[in-house]
Write a protein that binds this ligand. Structure first.
Ligand code: ADP
Length: 472
């Protein structure tokens, strides 16, 4: 059984968020279980975060749509065989990985065609599985049946249902899909087409990245797809994401100031002090709070802004590493301008994020919803205490330390409502915990030991790959 893992981001080649981490770590864990996994992803010119000279160019795939020919070069990382890149400079040589480009339906629609063509070149047998991720690769499920008449099993993983790939109806024709399909094949969504909806309907199985998030998207966080989720509930499962133990390990991390292990937890303080010095923070004994995030409403932007205002007069240090909307960035810069205890790192940086994980005492995640979230797992692994809202994957990976220990969960401060007062209460509780040095360190050390690895979840994915095919 071969698995074709098709994804729009893979760390370290391209990354905007957690999907990239998962696309690197899950296939690796599945390979370890003895399966052949082929990753297929776009080659984003200018974003490839590693040495391009290592890449080898192998042949091409071409796609004929309405008598027009589209081509992708096939590239492979010579150092990591099995990771294939589809290269077309016009489609993927843009300023942003996703952006708000009007031809995104063409960019990612063609990616779906290209991925199937590449799989066919590698060789597809009946037992092979296509594993799709989010709307960008969802159309594979439909195209396999509609255009290629292949009946292979497909699994769609929904990492965030808020992003659905909604485009005008006529996009269908440009992608070589007949107009009748709009209604007949249920691609229609309030007069437009919806790639993710097509993925849910045409995939044999669907999963979300935590059990609690699955419950939430069928009730209130489905962003318009609640009914579709409920209708196809029989195909759904919830599987929590894991962390790549090798990629996220404070004992091996070359990018942090000082590597550390549980037994020498003092080195964690050295990281904090080094960061505080670098950022010119005056109080080196003050607790350090960190947030590392895409700057989008989902992450609780308004609550974070209010918290920054609140901590103006308190001796705590706060670092935000964030990328996203320019207007949101402007608001953060303005909020932190006059506060010497706060620092905003504007942009995406793997190195800075790791330094902050290694230095922070508390991670703050006031997410309105969170499909899984990796930050809380990384922070725990780097000896910090997560402060999280009780939603989705946060609920499934963190428990409140005041309720005692729960097997497999990190200990943190967990609050229910997504409003500022609830976050503030949690923040005040964290100050109290920080004052109880013994208890605080005990929790940090325990958190470092939690097994957030992929082993268990990878086995659950394999179970789905091997399970009987559900018909839609
Ligand atoms: P999401 O996928 O919604 O962005 P996750 O918590 O699942 O959220 O994953 C976020 C991942 O992206 C983590 O590895 C986090 O460290 C990383 N990340 C987010 N923003 C940045 C940034 N500005 N710089 C570096 N890494 C970031």
């Amino acid at each position: 059984m071969k698995i074709f893992y098709i994804t729009s981001e893979v760390y370290p080649y391209s990354k905007t968020g957690g999907l990239a981490d998962v696309s690197a770590a899950l296939p690796k864990a599945i390979k370890k279980l003895g399966y052949d996994v082929f990753i297929i992803t776009p080659y984003y010119e200018g974003f490839i975060g590693c040495d391009c000279s290592l890449f080898t160019n192998k042949e091409k795939v071409s796609i004929d749509i309405n008598s027009q020919k589209y081509e992708f070069e096939i590239w492979e990382d010579a150092k990591n065989p099995g990771i294939f890149f589809l290269r077309n400079e016009f489609l993927f040589g843009r300023k942003e990985i996703y952006g708000d480009y009007i031809d995104n339906y063409m960019r990612f629609g063609l990616l779906c065609y290209g991925a199937i063509e590449l799989a066919l070149k590698i060789g597809v047998s009946k037992k092979d599985v296509f594993h799709l991720n989010d709307w960008q690769t969802s159309l594979v499920a439909f195209l396999l049946r509609y255009r290629y008449k292949l009946n292979n099993k497909t699994l769609l993983t929904i990492h965030n249902i808020a992003y659905q790939g909604i485009f005008p109806k006529n996009s269908l024709l440009h992608l070589g899909i007949k107009e009748e399909c709009f209604y007949d094949c249920e691609l229609e969504y309030f007069g437009d087409i919806n790639f993710l909806k097509a993925g849910i309907i045409y995939s044999s199985r669907v999963n979300t990245v935590s059990k609690s998030y699955l419950e939430e998207i069928g009730e209130f966080f489905g962003f318009g797809l609640e009914g579709v989720v409920q209708k196809y509930k029989h195909k759904f499962s919830g599987i929590i994401n894991g962390l790549d133990d090798e990629a996220w390990n404070p004992a091996l991390d070359k990018k942090i100031y000082k590597k550390f292990v549980i037994e020498k937890f003092d080195a964690k303080t050295q990281n904090r002090k080094a960061l505080q010095k670098e950022l010119n923070f005056k109080k080196s004994n003050a607790p350090l709070y960190g947030i590392i995030t895409r700057l989008v409403a989902q992450k609780g932007i308004n609550e974070i802004l209010q918290l920054i205002e609140f901590i103006k007069n308190i001796d705590v240090n706060f670092v935000l590493v964030g990328d996203g909307d320019e207007e949101v960035k402007r608001r953060f810069k303005e909020a932190m301008e006059s506060n010497k205890n706060c620092h905003f790192y504007d942009g995406y940086s793997d190195e800075i994020s790791r330094k902050v994980y290694a230095s922070m005492d508390f991670l703050i995640m006031p997410s309105l919803y969170e499909p899984c979230g990796l930050n809380q797992m990384i922070a725990s692994r780097y000896g910090a205490v997560p402060i999280v809202r009780k939603t989705g994957g946060l609920k499934d990976s963190v428990c409140d330390y005041r309720d005692g220990e729960k097997s497999g969960l990190a200990q943190g401060i967990v609050y229910e409502k997504s409003d500022f007062n609830s976050l503030l209460e949690a923040f005040v509780a964290s100050l109290a915990l920080f004052c109880d040095r013994l208890k605080f360190e005990k929790i940090c050390k325990k958190n470092m030991k939690i097994d957030f690895g992929w082993r268990k979840s990878a086995k659950e994915y394999v179970k789905i790959y091997k399970s009987p095919k559900e018909e839609s």
